[in-house]
Design a protein around this ligand. Structure first.
Ligand SMILES: CSC[C@H](NC(=O)[C@H](Cc1ccccc1)OC(=O)N1CCC(N)CC1)C(=O)N[C@@H](CC1CCCCC1)[C@@H](O)Cn1ccccc1=O
Length: 329
């Protein structure tokens, strides 16, 4: 068995990727953000304060004949960008891309932070990290993918995120036609809950890859490519107008700049992110100053290959073999 779901950029900056998920009987369809950096499936619901839920699609367990309260269970989560949410837990049927998990823990939000209230394009997250990262207590729950894995043709999923066009999350199979290059595999470390791996080097423009281990995570829930300062500086030294903008908390440059590409080595392959994928977006509507897709990871403590990097590749999240596959797109 397999599943295949389309996913779409949330806005002109490809800030988030939105995928429709069906929950309950009859199906309640919610727009959710798939996040390989976390392991909880949580939603805005009938239990979310009305003022916070306004503008969001919500899940009502009381309207689902297959919903069951997981009594005594609660959850609370805080993300890297300091956004947070918490609540209680139901189980219900959750269908993604035509594949159904009968008894999936659906975490219902009774509290959401301001960022979530304002981010009305999504009604919650589907964590696609490792089960060890789940935040339900007293008994942690499995992710949708973990529950699905044993019934899928292969215990893996792929992410094909695209710039300003529809991409896909495929479950249980690899559509190699989505990639130009060969898939290179490298071991994945799931011990912290997210998909950790080590890139073997990088280069700016068409230069030859150097040898420089970069340990980081493959994170569909993070917009940017966040790498160490020395790499960020090496890149922006090639961009005449680049400067650090305190208010934007990042490197900005003239939108008219012709940005160099950025490449990294992984699994014996070279993934090249084109310059236009690194020129994220004007800092404000109509501004001629643009915000860079590559920024520093210095104050985070972990390198994150977020959507800016993932957009250049077909990425295979292979749970069965605890490995990550990367192919140039
Ligand atoms: C340094 S991890 C920062 C990252 N959050 C971002 O990337 C947000 C995403 C976004 C964009 C637009 C609207 C709302 C949210 O976007 C920015 O922060 N941006 C983009 C726009 C830029 N102008 C400024 C910088 C982040 O916490 N991800 C987590 C998942 C997110 C949470 C917020 C909702 C969307 C999914 C998560 O995987 C990060 N994780 C990864 C591993 C371990 C723990 C952990 O928690």
């Amino acid at each position: 068995q397999t599943g295949s779901a389309n996913t779409n950029p949330s806005d002109s900056a490809d800030d988030e990727y939105i995928t429709s998920v069906s929950i309950g009987t009859p199906a309640q369809v919610l727009p959710l953000d798939f996040d390989t950096g976390s392991s909880d499936l949580w939603v805005f619901s009938s239990e979310t304060p009305k003022s916070s839920a306004s503008g969001h699609v919500t899940y009502s367990p009381s309207k689902s004949s297959t919903a069951k309260k997981l009594s005594g269970s609660t959850w609370s989560i805080e993300y890297g960008d300091k956004s947070s949410s918490s609540g209680d837990v139901y189980t219900d049927i959750v269908t993604i891309g035509g594949f159904s998990v009968k008894t999936q823990a659906v975490e219902s939000a009774t509290k959401v932070s301001t960022q979530f209230v304002q981010d009305t394009v999504i009604s919650g997250l589907v964590g696609l990290g490792f089960d060890v990262g789940n935040q339900v207590s007293p008994r942690p729950q499995k992710t949708w993918f973990s529950n699905a894995a044993s019934s899928l043709a292969e215990p893996l999923f792929t992410a094909d995120l695209r710039h300003q066009e529809t991409g896909s999350y495929n479950f249980g199979f690899i559509d190699t036609s989505l990639a130009k290059g060969t898939i290179g595999y490298t071991p994945a470390d799931g011990s912290e809950g997210y998909w950790g791996f080590t890139a073997t080097g990088y280069s700016v423009g068409g230069a030859k890859l150097n040898r420089n281990s970069i340990t980081g995570i493959a994170d569909t829930g993070t917009t940017l490519l966040l790498l160490p300062d020395n790499i960020v500086d090496a890149y922006y030294n090639n961009v005449e107008s680049a400067e650090y903008d305190d208010s934007q908390e990042g490197v900005v440059f003239d939108c008219s700049e012709d940005l160099p590409s950025f490449s990294f080595g992984v699994g014996g392959q070279t993934i090249t992110i084109s310059g236009d994928l690194l020129n994220l977006t004007p800092i404000e509507e109509g501004s001629s100053t643009c915000f860079g897709g590559l920024q520093s990871s210095a104050d985070i403590g972990i390198n994150i290959f977020g959507d800016v990097a993932l957009k250049a590749a077909l990425v295979v999240f292979d749970l069965g073999n605890e490995r990550l596959g990367w192919a140039q797109k």
